[in-house]
Design a protein around this ligand. Sequence first.
Ligand SMILES: [Zn+2]
Length: 288
Amino acid sequence: MPEIQINCERVLRDLYTLREVGKYKSGVHRPTLSEPDILVRNWLKDQLNSIGFESKVDGIANVIGYSPGPGKKLLTGSHLETQNRSGWLDGVLGVVYALETARAIYEARGHPIGIDVFAFADEEGHFGSFLGSRSLIGQVTEKELDVATDRNTGIPLREALRRANLQGIRREVLDLDRYLGMFEAHIEQGLILEQNAKSIGVIETIVGSKQFNIIAKGEQNHAGTTPMDMRQDAGRAVLNVYQRLETVFSSIMSNKTVWTVGKIHFHPNQPSIIPGHAEMTVQIRDPS
Ligand SMILES: [Zn+2]
């Protein structure tokens, strides 16, 4: 039997092709259900069909290619839309690796066996929270789709699906018994592999994530006429918490923990008014 051979030039050619669709400076701007996004979804579907898959873009824009034949499959792929004005390899790398693996199998065996290929929709959360992948496991209701809107443009999801000619198309639900497991290759979005001169890493765990909103209620007052000892400054209160987090967290967290204060808001957020209300978010991620 001929050996299964990955064609690296073909991988690069596909990556370069996809980089042109929605190109923005050195990266790509291809939000979920935008015109370029629909183009690349159909491109993937056609690529898969041309090598013997039964593939489709479903009613929420997931691309799923089923390989024919009996036996358990490995599900493999990633996502095709990008964050706004983002890198050109995020998501696309995993999809192209999956496609190339399928092609290599097809060339060696005459038909694609053993793997199904996917590209989830809205993995980057333009319309919701993992709408595409959750839909594939049957966890998204029609009601959720009714109210979802594009966080950039405000366009309702239903309208975006209509423009993409996907309205009224059935959403696929995966038969979990069909699969041995799932495999996703992804570009590193941090610095660890690069700084350690490693070309590849294997995920051992998926981090849990918790977000807290910390709210301080004080008393809004005049910044010029209210003496320091008579203030109830909500802004100062949340900043004190922030400072405490920095010292306490670094002494009690593991070296794998990351935490972020990504958003602080003072009300009314004016230079000459003592904030009467302040909020901040704290996000913590940890593998344990
Ligand atoms: Zn990604």
